[in-house]
Design a protein around this ligand. Structure first.
Ligand SMILES: *Cc1c(COP(=O)(O)O)cnc(C)c1O
Length: 392
């Protein structure tokens, strides 16, 4: 496996994890599109009870394209181990199932990804695992929520849609030495902008569907951390079965080659567009951690290299104005998700929270005029012109 001790981020993005000279001499890592790996002869079968070293067995237990993608991600995150999944949610649910048992307790922050919250509150409850939801960044509440049976603290940073930033140093002062595992969904930050493992976070999770894949064309998730923990998760994946297929593994490797370049552009575009929106008379408020007006600007500056491509803002507090504004856009597409080369815009009230009552939605802070823009890697000037002509 290729790796260099002092390689820079882009050199690792391009080369790390892959085999220097594969058996075809192909510069790209092959898509080994197979569900099963056959035995050459009876001697190989006889080695079976001694373990599977040096060969593959069956797709759900791992395959060469997955191993290369995992190697690259581990090096980029600075992690000992990485386990890939078929989606971010599969990574999250399998990780929690593998580390919790009946009678345990988990603490999760209130603006975590909606499906993760659903899983912790509803599914885990059915297995007698208690869950306390605490307010994001309320460090006293986090401390108070700890019980003798607390096994995991789960949070995200930055969060969706308000881009709240957890102060990782302050967080770890609470959990250090407690034996409670701290897990951080770092999807919005990526290993380019934030390095949670360096603060002592136990496991980092990403929806690789977003910036890591980067092209709005695959679903994938990854869990990273010490091998002692990722091995437990990997064994559980073999049971729960949310494994990644060879083809998306290849697309992930391919997407990661330009990871640093894309992140630099996302960061640059995000900042420019946030500044443009903040000065626009039709925009009432902008939420972007790179703006001094963001409540967590100082923490963000301290612990992040850049602030990514997601910019949240409020237009007139009126659903029909918000939807008309989005429908006037010509470059930016309307749709959920983020982190891809194409810019996407969404109106959370109608696109993500349509199933709940308006009262519940407002209680979650999802106002009628709230817009989430996931800036891609297009030219900032074209995106700004597109937004400007639509904000009438
Ligand atoms: C998208 C997302 C997920 C879920 O990932 P999928 O790949 O869609 O399953 C989890 N957490 C965050 C923060 C996300 O943005």
């Amino acid at each position: 496996m290729k790796k260099g001790k002092n390689w820079g981020f882009s050199t690792n993005s391009v080369h790390a994890g892959e085999i220097r000279y594969n058996e075809y001499g192909a510069i790209t890592t092959p898509i080994v599109q197979t569900s099963t790996f056959i035995f050459k002869n009876i001697e190989e079968i006889k080695k079976l009870p001694k373990g599977m070293t040096g060969r593959y067995e069956y797709g759900r237990y791992g395959h060469p394209t997955q191993v290369a993608a995992e190697g690259k991600l581990a090096i980029l995150e600075g992690a000992e181990g990485a386990v890939l999944f078929s989606s971010g949610m599969s990574a999250i649910t399998t990780t929690l199932f593998s580390l919790l048992k009946a009678g345990d307790h988990i603490i999760i922050t209130d603006d975590a990804y909606k499906r993760t919250l659903d899983f912790c509150k509803t599914c885990l409850g059915r297995f007698n695992i208690g869950c306390t939801v605490v307010k994001m960044c309320d460090y006293d509440a986090i401390k108070k929520a700890i019980k003798p049976n607390t096994r995991i603290f789960f949070s995200e940073s930055p969060t969706n849609p308000y881009l709240n930033i957890m102060d990782l140093e302050r967080l770890m002062r609470i959990f250090k030495g407690t034996g409670i595992l701290v897990i951080s969904d770092s999807t919005f930050a990526t290993p380019y902008n934030q390095r949670p493992l360096e603060y002592g976070i136990d496991l980092v999770i990403h929806s690789a569907t977003k910036y890591l894949g980067g092209h709005n064309d695959i679903l994938s998730g990854v869990v990273l951390g010490r091998k002692k923990l990722t091995n437990v998760v990997r064994e559980y994946l073999k049971i729960t079965g949310g494994c990644i297929d060879p083809h998306p593994s290849y697309l992930l490797i391919r997407g990661l080659k330009t990871f640093e370049l894309r992140m630099q552009r996302h960061n640059e575009n995000g900042q420019k567009i946030a500044e443009f929106l903040e000065n626009h008379p039709k925009v009432q408020r902008v939420y972007y951690p790179g703006l001094p007006s963001h409540p967590h600007y100082k923490v963000a500056k301290k612990q992040m290299k850049g602030f990514g491509g997601v910019v949240t803002f409020e237009v007139k507090n009126d659903v029909s104005y918000a939807l008309k504004f989005m429908s006037r856009l010509k470059v930016i597409n309307i749709g959920p998700s983020l982190g891809g080369v194409e810019s996407l815009i969404t109106h959370p009230a109608t696109i993500s929270y349509y199933a709940i009552s308006k009262k519940e939605r407002l209680a979650l802070g999802i106002k009628d005029g709230l817009i989430r823009l996931a800036v891609g890697v297009e030219n900032a000037k074209d995106l700004i012109a597109d937004l400007d002509q639509a904000l009438v």
